[in-house]
Design a protein around this ligand. Structure first.
Ligand code: DGJ
Length: 742
């Protein structure tokens, strides 16, 4: 068993392949954290790790009479509560009938079992057979309020990942109001960490940020209704000597798409408390007697092989046991999307012409983006009216889809089912379907408003519309967009005391709809999107195995965005397209080569008017697509390594290695050309030291150990001063190395 329990010491030891997580039942019935880190040998007791030095000002806990040294304030805990001696941030806070928020959950029982259960109504990692994971459910009980708290730990031994979640059951007789309920909390014995997270904005998503932990709280959050462009529901605690390739790091990733809080608090004795869960500022939940509440799951990864080690564990688990459905490990098609080619201005002829040209280049799937429904000639109108615009599509989606299929391509469609424009038939019929607060102005965002997904009638309407569209037209792919954050959040459908439940109920409604539609159409490939990467999170990935990474398709910007995104998310989840120049977001000119060589490290596609390309460009694109197809399984399902960090210099490099280590593709990028540069090399990772590799375009063969320890020697190829007759700008250059085992 990967989870051991010692009856005498009442200690639990959770063991992954390379990870130990140890905690115990304290003498007062609370849970105390003992160790989280690299796997260590099991022993009968680790109780010596719980230190209680005598500190005169720390008041002893009343829960352990006779032990003057004991204090919850000095105790490293597993799920700290509000209102007792521990004055750090709590994981749980519940309002009771008498107004008190104090709770005292004490150990009652536990069960260790094979497998992993589903989380009711929520996305989560899963097993396909019980042998893949071991689960521990610990039941704690507060006998004053009659509430039961169940903390669940699952270890995926082979993936070396531990997940945690928590559930509250009102087993008493008074109504309870949850005001704060984290998914996990871990106390580390010191504060020698950098706090790392992924932050940004629209068209600048998931930039890597880090800073040293200090006393007080470092946190990131969203209260925008979705996980947001601004912060991703992920944080890492990194040892100071941790690099991409070595050193210790702890990752925390929340499987949730709504408002979240992730924080690390350093206390007066240098203990670091890391916690993560639904953001308490926008959340209350009524739990009536007999009811329960399930918090989302946190996925915790420890790596002593640096950031790449952490990311690879997330990539493996999220590819195989988070994303669900037949597409999860199936090669994804090369896509063309018409958005940046036409925006709202298209008709059937234009689309078919685009598709025909795309087919000739080797593209496999044509996606019709925004503008096909209602009277949607700009973004002020028609969201909610999910019926074809017959002036643009005289033969409907069915006719268009069939024409695309006749060309030998698959057909995909954009939808934005969570939104409504006031200028729409749906709004005329159902003005009460908007999220809104009576007597308050609802602010538009991109001229649109958010539908009330807490209302099942809304969900049913959208399910019916989407079902109809997907049944009547030959649609193989859906891009599910969401283009604004939430404001003035309230529901006319819910009672006054449920208004603080709306944000979370919205996300539950969204999950319900996505579950229904993805189950009804298992063969359709779904890609989520939220103004680019505004909801790139594990919750969405569960239903939809890929996400549009960013509306910023500029190759140079994408280096940072894709590098940051790869901290948690697999390459096969990252939509990456070649677009036109000057780039529509930053007006930068980059070569077709650099644009493709950046987008290769994602689910690859194009998003430009292919009919406007020169013959030479078309030939180049044909070659790019043929190349991607040849290496597609390695790009999408190989092991990904970050080699050079765009946040730290002028160069970026990364590579993918096939599972058998026989094939690898390396991408190397230089943002600005440097005159007369020094010698350069690039050390590779993940190769088999015993294998002999060829490098396409270079003579000779190289052992894997040479390529890892000495590296590839780089030519000063991006320096105009060293190449005779070269007059073009050498900025924004890239090169690809293809390695093959002989
Ligand atoms: C935002 C998306 O990120 C874009 O790719 C595009 O689909 C537009 N919405 C359409 O309105």
């Amino acid at each position: 068993m990967a989870i051991l329990f010692n009856e005498q010491s009442r200690e639990f030891h959770i063991q992954g392949r390379n990870t130990s997580y140890i905690f115990s039942v304290l003498s007062n019935g609370y849970l105390g954290q003992l160790y989280y880190g690299k796997k260590i040998k099991h022993r009968d007791s680790f109780s010596h790790l719980m230190q209680y030095p005598r500190r005169m000002v720390a008041v002893p806990s009343p829960n352990e009479p006779g032990n003057p040294k004991f204090s919850m304030e000095l105790t490293k805990q597993e799920f700290p509560h509000f209102g007792g001696m521990d004055c750090r941030q709590p994981a749980i806070k519940i309002k009771q009938q008498n107004g008190s928020r104090l709770t005292e959950f004490k150990y009652q029982s536990h069960v260790i079992r094979s497998g992993k259960s589903k989380l009711a109504g929520l996305p989560a990692t899963y097993v396909e057979s019980d042998g893949e994971a071991t689960t521990l459910d610990i039941t704690l009980y507060d006998d004053v309020i009659g509430a039961t708290l169940i903390l669940t730990y699952t270890v995926f031994e082979a993936f070396d990942v531990i997940t945690r979640s928590s559930r509250l059951v009102n087993s008493g007789s008074q109504p309870l109001l949850i005001e704060r309920f984290m998914s996990c909390s871990v106390d580390f014995p010191d504060k020698d960490f950098d706090f790392m997270h992924l932050s940004g904005a629209w068209v600048r998503e998931r930039h890597v940020k880090e800073r040293k932990l200090e006393h007080g709280i470092q946190s990131i959050h969203s209260i925008r209704g979705g996980s947001s462009h601004v912060h991703n529901p992920f944080m890492a605690l990194k040892r100071f000597d941790c690099t991409e390739h070595s050193g210790e790091v702890y990752g925390f990733s929340l499987v949730y798409s709504g408002n979240f809080l992730a924080q690390a608090e350093v206390d007066q004795f240098d203990v670091t408390r890391a916690m993560m869960g639904i953001h308490p500022d926008t959340f209350n939940w009524n739990v009536h007697p007999g009811e329960s509440f399930q918090a989302p799951e946190t996925v915790m990864v420890f790596s002593d092989k640096g950031l790449n080690g952490m990311s690879q564990k997330y990539h493996a688990l999220y590819t195989a046991r988070l994303a669900k459905g037949m597409w999860r490990q199936k090669e994804r098609p090369v896509i063309i999307n018409n958005w940046e080619a036409t925006y709202f201005k298209f008709n059937e002829d234009k689309l078919v012409t685009l598709a025909r040209q795309a087919k000739e280049l080797g593209i496999e799937l044509f996606v019709l983006d925004d503008g096909w429904f209602g009277k949607r000639n700009n973004d002020t109108t028609s969201l909610g009216d999910w019926f074809e615009d017959e002036t643009k599509l005289p033969h409907g989606l069915k006719g268009l889809g069939e024409k695309i299929n006749d060309l030998g391509m698959q057909f995909g469609l954009w939808v934005e089912p969570e939104m409504i424009n006031r200028e729409s038939r749906l709004y005329e019929k159902h003005p009460e379907w908007l999220l809104q607060i009576p007597n308050r102005i609802s602010s538009p965002g991109r001229f649109q408003f958010v539908l009330d997904y807490t209302n099942d009638a809304v969900i049913d309407y959208l399910y019916e519309r989407l079902h109809d569209i997907l049944t009547n037209a030959p649609i193989s792919y859906v891009k599910w967009d969401m283009n604004r954050g939430m404001s003035e959040v309230g529901s006319t459908h819910l009672a006054a005391d449920q208004q603080m439940e709306v944000y979370h109920r919205y996300i539950l409604g969204l999950y319900k709809l996505m579950d229904r539609i993805t189950t009804a159409f298992p063969e359709v490939l779904f890609e989520s999107c939220a103004s680019g990467g505004g909801r790139f999170d594990p919750g969405m990935l569960y239903y939809m195995p890929q996400t549009w990474t960013s509306d910023d398709t500029d190759a140079v910007e994408r280096l940072k965005i894709q590098y940051g995104t790869s901290m948690v998310y697999p390459i096969n989840a990252m939509g990456a397209h070649v677009s036109a120049v000057p780039n529509h977001q930053v007006m930068r000119m980059t070569s077709l080569k650099t644009r493709a060589e950046t987008a290769f490290f994602g689910t690859f596609g194009y998003e430009l008017d292919v009919t406007q390309m020169t013959d030479a460009e078309k030939e180049e694109v044909k070659a790019q697509i043929a190349f991607y197809k040849l290496h597609r399984s390695t790009f999408q399902f190989g092991t990904f390594y970050r080699l050079k960090n765009p946040f730290k210099g002028n160069e970026t490099a990364w590579m993918v290695v096939s599972a058998d280590q026989k094939d690898a593709v390396v991408g190397y990028y230089q943002v600005l050309a440097k005159p007369n540069p020094g010698f350069k090399g690039l050390r590779l990772k993940g190769l088999n030291p015993e294998f002999e590799y060829t490098i396409a375009g270079r003579d000779g063969v190289y052992y894997g150990d040479e390529l890892e320890n000495i590296g590839i020697k780089l030519d000063p190829e991006f320096d105009a001063t060293s190449i005779e007759g070269m007059h073009d700008s050498q900025d924004f250059k890239s090169t690809i190395f293809v390695l093959q085992c002989r």
